[in-house]
Design a protein. Structure first.
Length: 666
């Protein structure tokens, strides 16, 4: 038995973007474009109709646009997503007999062949379209088409009949009522559309408990509220807080991760749960729920959004351990299995057993944690170690939450194997930590960011670049001094559209490791209270504020997709650019990757990629120092002293006609 529709003669293949055969959605933010391409072909020489069809998933009707033929059976169209939520798109194609007839008629006329029968064949096609128009309720179109068909059949003037047959208005009417009975549609593909902050954001991480103005006193939400202007003045738009929940006492870690805590040790915020409550409770030392709400409101007034940490693990004192022991794995002696990453032991943390018999109840309870903080107005969550929880759980819980709250942003803190990182992004995480902290050479940065921005990965993986975290003090920051902190910050803020720093240690250039060969901070805030001098003269706060202002004012830095690298003759100089063609905004960055020595060399700019004409001068304005230079051609010389300025951040002015137009002295 033949199940196929034998009249369906088109083939649709190699649709892009399409992730894993349509299993996963691509990502965009409101106002961004989706460029769709596909191979569309048929046997023989018939002309094709080819459409891109798309809709917001909440809408019932599809919008359509014709796809442009690129040659070699490749078609393209571009849609703009205009609302937050889930969108669908597909490619639909069919053999278009009227287009075939019209194309061949033109050829026959040019060859001076007899076309009398061809005109009658065309009239029959138009009659059929008139019937389709009437059946669709477009009676006016039906009358017009029927009249045109009769004219094509009956008019005596051959030239008039030919003009009618080849008339563009007739072609448009026939397109509107083309015969799609044998049309083929590709599978429906999805786009998850987020708000702009999912694409372009600057994060600042700080521990509320270290916000006290008095050294040694536990910070509170009131203290944090006093710190908010400091964060806002540096130009950040997201303030990320480590866990704010009660901290367990059993097996509490001491300073520098000591196995035994002293009586005054604060413990790790990631050891969540105590008699005061668990994941839905607030550490009493920080303050009340109402005071937390005041922090959220005050932050909003300053243009900041609070991001909360979600760490699905428990201290031995968490109420879940007592109320739901079935959610945890037991050891042979009957005790609950604590977290391990041999040879490391984390006796202060119990991981959930996602393979337990009561996994459905566990999933629902963990979702309720998100629901609780959503009810407090939180819309950004940084998720701790998501790669140690089941993929199926994340796909389910993110979809459930975004169905009701499509504006929610999830940042995956998963420093793990590449395919695990990518899978989590496909499953729905909005942004992702990545390998940026350990990519330090020009070759490493070029290869890695080419992968992130120039391959299919860019369709679903949004990198968030962090030069440091409470867990990561890289060797380069330990030994590179102030220049390393500056150039790594500039790389993070300009290679990616979203980035973050863990402060105040970053702006104060905290570089002391717990021990040689370790990336752990000495006297880490993870285990103790710290007091920071935010007014220290060596702080990078002014530079950070400047770079964040440059980011806001230059649309080229609002996206990662326009990133291009340009060759240099010195491997210590990294040159790259970003462009926003719609607003004529081009940024060229040159960074000295060597924090210890002056480096100089020649850049080889791709003028075409920058929209520059060969042989025409152009001005570059260093947005970090204010200096202006007149360049001409692709090769240009730079020299960077890391002790003075480890980087140039140039805005390119394309239209410089002569040296008289060069505003060097302005």
């Amino acid at each position: 038995m033949i199940d196929a529709n034998g009249r369906q003669r088109v083939v649709i293949d190699r649709v892009r973007p399409e992730i894993d055969g349509g299993r996963f959605a691509i990502k965009r933010t409101v106002g961004e474009k989706v460029t769709v391409e596909a191979d569309v072909l048929t046997d023989g020489h018939d002309a094709l109709g080819c459409l891109l069809r798309y809709r917001d998933e909440r809408a019932s009707a599809w919008s359509e646009m014709a796809m442009e033929a690129l040659g070699n059976d490749r078609y393209r169209a571009q849609l703009t997503v205009t609302s937050v939520g889930r969108w669908l798109y597909t490619v639909t194609a069919w053999v278009d007999h009227f287009k075939t007839w019209r194309r061949d008629l033109r050829k026959r006329v040019d060859a001076r062949q007899d076309v009398a029968l061809d005109l009658l064949a065309g009239a029959a096609l138009i009659h059929q379209a008139a019937e389709r128009a009437r059946a669709a309720g477009r009676k006016a179109d039906g009358r017009v088409l029927a009249g045109l068909a009769r004219s094509l059949e009956q008019a005596r003037d051959l030239e008039a009949r030919l003009r009618l047959a080849l008339d563009d208005e007739l072609a448009q009417l026939m397109d509107r009522h083309t015969d799609r009975a044998a049309a083929l549609s590709h599978r429906e593909l999805a786009v998850v559309v987020d708000r702009e902050r999912a694409r372009f954001s600057s994060w600042y991480e700080m521990f509320p408990r270290s916000c006290s103005p008095v050294p040694g006193r536990h910070g509170t939400f009131r203290d944090l509220a006093e710190h908010l202007p400091y964060v806002a003045e540096m130009g950040f738009d997201v303030l990320y807080l480590p866990p704010i929940h009660p901290i367990g006492l059993t097996h509490r870690k001491g300073r520098n991760n000591a196995a035994v805590a002293g009586p005054d040790d604060a413990g790790s915020p990631w050891a969540i749960g105590a008699p005061a409550g668990g994941h839905k409770a607030i550490l009493p030392e920080l303050g009340t729920r109402e005071e937390f709400r005041q922090v959220i409101a005050r932050a909003r007034d300053l243009g900041l959004e609070i991001a909360m940490d979600v760490a699905f693990q428990c201290s031995p004192d968490h109420p879940y351990v007592r109320e739901h022991p079935e959610w945890f794995k037991k050891r042979p002696d009957g005790t609950i299995q604590y977290a391990e990453n041999p040879p490391k032991k984390y006796e202060d943390i119990y991981p959930f057993d996602f393979e337990c018999e009561a996994w459905r109840e566990l999933w629902e309870e963990l979702k309720s944690v998100f629901d609780h903080w959503l009810g407090e107005g939180i819309r950004i969550f940084r998720v701790d170690n998501p790669h140690t929880k089941p993929f199926a759980f994340w796909e389910w819980v993110i979809a459930e939450i975004k169905r009701d709250h499509p504006d929610v942003i999830f940042l995956a803190e998963a420093f793990t194997r590449p395919k695990l990182m990518y899978r989590l992004a496909k499953l729905g995480f909005t942004q992702s930590y990545n390998y940026f902290p350990w990519r330090t050479t020009g070759w490493e940065l070029t290869q890695y960011f080419t992968e992130l921005t120039r391959t299919e990965v860019a369709e679903y993986f949004r990198p968030s670049l962090w030069p440091n975290t409470p867990d990561i003090l890289t060797e380069q920051l330990q030994f590179g001094g102030r220049p390393a902190f500056i150039h790594r910050f500039i790389l993070a803020a300009t290679l990616g559209a979203s980035y973050g720093i863990y402060g105040p240690p970053y702006e104060l250039q905290e570089s002391r490791a717990r021990e040689r060969g370790s990336e752990e901070y000495l006297d880490s805030e993870k285990y103790q209270l710290r007091h920071w001098d935010l007014t220290a003269p060596h702080s990078l706060r002014d530079l950070i504020a400047l770079v964040n202002r440059v980011r806001r004012e230059n649309p080229a830095l609002h996206t990662s997709t326009g990133l291009r690298f340009h060759p240099t003759d010195n491997e210590q100089l990294l040159c790259y650019s970003k462009s926003a063609e719609a607003v004529d905004n081009v940024i060229v960055a040159v960074v000295n990757l060597d924090p210890h020595h002056v480096q100089s060399g020649w850049l080889e700019l791709d003028l075409a990629a920058l929209g520059l004409e060969s042989g025409r001068p152009f001005q570059v304005h260093d947005l970090l120092t204010g200096a202006r230079y007149l360049w001409n051609g692709a090769r240009n010389f730079v020299q960077l002293d890391p002790q003075q300025a480890p980087a140039h951040l140039f805005r390119v002015r394309r239209r410089v006609r002569s040296e008289q137009d060069f505003d060097y002295f302005q």
